[in-house]
Design a protein around this ligand. Structure first.
Ligand code: SAM
Length: 313
């Protein structure tokens, strides 16, 4: 299935004010994917340069092809987005007008059976967004200490039956390495009490989510990248983030809350400028897509969009 960009026009609208306020603007698309959001931005604003980051070489190659007609206005970087500050420097910019994060994996990645993201297709247990480097999900299940695998399933998958699943992983890997998605999905299903199996979708979903987050250090990358993005935007510039699960959204919410809260000591009767928050939330809480968008693109159902704006240097 082709990847459909989620809340595309809303993201472009949110990034528009700072782009329109400057003769030349730069936006970082921190999760380039197939370049759907970048394309919409480049089409709408003729004065705009977009730097697209992705850790997936295939995504970069496809996006470069799609965006070739924009020439020098589109630049790409193969990297994890937690190097956002270094990438901005490498392209010779000091400040930028906005950053967009459309977190998680693309439909292209999910649909490529051989990459092992999906429990419904048999494939090697890989799950790396960047197949040129790093550990695989197979490395985790076959070599990590049982206690560490339990922690991964509990924290990243919110899996209640983590201990039972890991006991069975340990038994299985003592006989032969667990190398396939379907073998793991079957083991997870058999580790979960029959009554629970009947509710709440495929029981392997939480384990697969947890392993994917661990393999790609997804939460760590977000924690490191958003503060860098905030540090590099101009006054009036915005950071827009779409999260697709609650662990990601919680991190974004906390960083945005901290950045938009005054540091003024309580005992001071007035707020001195040095304590005032340098950022404000563009809207309280998070936004969701319309019912129509969810109907047309089921991937949009779980999205939470948040946006923050720099109000002082
Ligand atoms: C949901 S897709 C983006 C889709 C894109 N906005 C579009 O409209 O075509 C997310 C992309 O971000 C990439 N990605 C996710 N986490 C990343 C990270 N920490 N660093 C760099 N790229 C990342 C994935 O490889 C994937 O291609």
């Amino acid at each position: 299935m082709e990847h459909i960009s989620v809340m595309r026009d809303r993201c472009v609208d949110l990034l528009a004010p700072s782009i329109n306020a400057h003769d030349k603007s730069v936006i970082i698309d921190a999760t380039l994917g197939l370049g759907g959001h970048s394309e919409a931005l480049l089409q709408r604003f003729e004065n705009l340069t977009v730097i697209g980051i992705d850790r997936d070489l295939q995504a970069i190659a496809k996006a470069e092809l799609r965006l070739a007609s924009f020439g020098e206005r589109f630049k790409s970087a193969h990297s994890v987005f937690d190097d956002i500050s270094g990438i901005i420097n490498n392209f010779g910019f000091s400040q930028i007008n906005g950053v967009l994060f459309d977190l998680g994996v693309s439909s292209m990645q999910l649909d490529q059976e051989a990459r092992g993201f999906s429990y419904s297709h048999d494939a090697p247990l890989d799950m790396r967004m960047d197949q040129s480097t790093g550990i695989t999900a197979g490395d985790i299940v076959n070599t990590f200490e049982p206690g560490e695998i339990v922690r991964i399933l509990r924290v990243y998958g919110e899996e209640k039956f983590a201990t039972r699943i890991v006991e069975n992983i340990v038994k299985a890997r003592a006989i032969a390495p667990l190398n396939s998605t379907v073998a793991l999905a079957t083991l997870v299903k058999e580790s979960i009490p029959a009554a629970t199996r009947r509710t709440g979708g495929n029981p392997a979903k939480r384990t697969f989510q947890a392993l994917r987050i661990a393999v790609n250090d997804e939460l760590g990358a977000i924690e490191r990248a958003i503060p860098q993005a905030l540090a590099r935007i101009v006054v009036g510039g915005r950071v827009v983030v779409m999260s697709f699960q609650s662990l990601e959204d919680r991190i974004v919410k906390e960083i945005f809350a901290e950045a938009s809260t005054s540091k003024s000591p309580r005992e001071l009767p007035i707020e001195l400028p040095e304590y005032a928050a340098k950022f404000k939330l563009v809207f309280n809480s998070s936004e969701k897509p319309s019912a129509l968008e969810i109907e047309e693109n089921s991937r949009a159902a779980s999205v939470r969009l948040r946006a923050i704006e720099r109000v002082a240097a």
